[in-house]
Each structure stands twice: as structure tokens, then as C-alpha cells.
Design a protein. Structure first.
Length: 259
């Protein structure tokens, strides 16, 4: 059974097309009736729209095998809550389409998604809200954000910075929160009754933002070098022995060849 990341794992961070072996791997799972969930932290587009894009790119992922943070957002923030949201304009547009109200005067929550060019004024506004008691919530906790071959601090890095600046904790909607993994396990349990985290192998290009949290829950981690990191030496030497992934492969083709 598998949990499979998307960006940097199934599709390339730059051109958003399938990485070598990605289409064949999904086809193999479908043909072999192997339980799996594609779990992405994508928030820039409505869930159905992003899944349709993945399908159009050749990744035959059924709707029941797909999960993203937007699909579970209401468990963290009710649509009636007023949100000071920060992220790409497309993310803000999605929130409005879901019925959320954006409020930058007296919000109930500060909600952060990815954006490569946050301004100092935006950070200052976030800090003021948080210090005045507003909840801090991240759509996910990715370590790095990759765009046009440049690596920016991910949402996880921004959350850590705000936590350090304000001494206020934060919560996370998507990966690697246990609540999100619990939801993914619930879905995979509909494919295979009695599934547990110990039965799951998770495949991702993000050690800090995906694999460490999953492995702490008992999952087997496979780290692929097709996304955020260019080689093992950029991240693995910094991890303790028990944090190391079970296997490291260049891409999904190598994962498929080593099943």
C-alpha cells in the first residue's frame, strides 16, 4: 500500500509534467489493484481541477485515490470564520470560491500557503495578528518550495519563523500532520479493510515536509531525488539514524524497478 506525493515525485516542479516512471507506476498500481492514495499539498487550484490536470497529463488517478489539504480544510477552519490568508492569488481565489471570507482587520485565523515573494509588510501583518491572539494555521508544512529552478523557504519554514518570532504555536492542515495522514489512511481503508500506518510505504521528495512525519507514525519511507533535493548529501547527513528513509531512488522509474 502506498501514499504518493505529487510535486517533485509524480510531476516535475518546473514544467508540471510527469517525471520518468510516474505514469507507469500509477498504471501498475491500478492494474494490480494495489491500494494507494495520492496525497498532495497542492492548494493553488480547486481539488477537482488539479486532479483533472493530473489525469490529463497521463496520471490515471481515480478521485477516490486523491487527497489534498483543501478537501479537509473545514476541519480546521469553518467557512463562517474570517481568515487573513497569505499565499498565491490563485489560492486566495480558491478560498473565496469555497465560501471563506478574507478579513485583514479582525480575522479568526492566519492561514498560510505557498508564495515565493512574501513581503516584509505581509510578515509584519501576520505577526501583529498572531500576537493579538489569532490562530496560526499552515495549509501544509513543506520544507522547500521550488519554482524555475530556484528553491524558496516552504510553508513549514515560514511557520517555524513565525513561531520563533511570536512564541505562538501553529497547526497544519495538510502533510505532514497526523490528522491529514489519518484522513488518507481512512480513504485507503476503503480499498483494503484494516489498513494501518505500518502497512504503508510513502514516496516523496521532501524528507522534512513528508517523510519524517510519516515515518514517525510507522510508515516506510522512500525518498526520491527528482524534486527538492539534487543529491542525498543535501539532506540525509543532517538526519539521525532513525530518521533515515528506507530507500533512496532517483525517480519513480527506479521505485518501479525495485518493487
Amino acid at each position: 500500500m502506498y501514499f504518493i506525493d505529487v510535486q517533485g515525485t509524480l510531476i516535475d516542479d518546473n514544467n508540471k509534467q510527469p517525471i520518468r516512471g510516474a505514469v507507469a507506476f500509477i498504471d501498475h498500481l491500478n492494474a494490480s489493484n494495489i491500494p494507494y492514495m495520492v496525497i498532495t499539498n497542492s492548494t493553488k487550484y480547486p481539488s477537482d481541477e488539479f486532479l483533472a490536470y493530473l489525469n490529463s497529463a497521463g496520471l490515471a488517478i481515480p478521485k477516490e485515490h486523491y487527497l489534498d489539504p483543501l478537501m479537509v480544510l473545514e476541519r480546521s477552519i469553518a467557512p463562517s470564520d474570517k481568515i487573513a490568508a497569505y499565499g498565491a492569488q490563485s489560492f486566495l481565489d480558491v478560498l473565496v470560491s469555497m465560501g471563506y471570507t478574507l478579513d485583514y482587520t479582525q480575522p479568526n485565523a492566519v492561514l498560510i500557503a505557498i508564495k515565493e515573494n512574501f513581503s516584509h509588510d505581509e510578515y509584519a501583518q501576520m505577526i501583529e495578528f498572531i500576537l493579538n491572539g489569532t490562530r496560526l494555521i499552515g495549509m501544509h508544512e513543506t520544507s522547500l518550495y521550488v519554482k524555475n529552478d530556484k528553491r524558496y523557504p516552504g510553508v513549514g519554514a515560514i511557520l517555524k519563523m513565525l513561531e520563533f518570532a511570536t512564541s505562538c504555536p501553529y497547526t497544519v492542515v495538510g502533510k505532514p500532520s497526523k490528522a491529514f495522514f489519518d484522513e488518507a489512511l481512512l480513504h485507503i481503508g476503503q480499498q483494503h479493510q484494516g489498513a494501518a500506518f505500518e502497512d504503508i510505504t510513502i514516496i516523496s521528495d521532501d524528507m522534512s515536509g513528508d517523510l519524517l512525519g510519516a515515518q514517525a507514525l510507522g510508515m516506510r519511507g522512500i525518498f526520491v531525488l527528482s524534486g527538492k533535493y539534487r543529491c542525498e548529501a543535501e539532506i540525509l547527513p543532517q538526519l539521525s539514524h532513525h530518521q533515515q528513509p528506507h530507500a533512496v531512488y532517483a525517480n519513480m522509474q527506479e521505485v518501479l524497478e525495485n518493487l
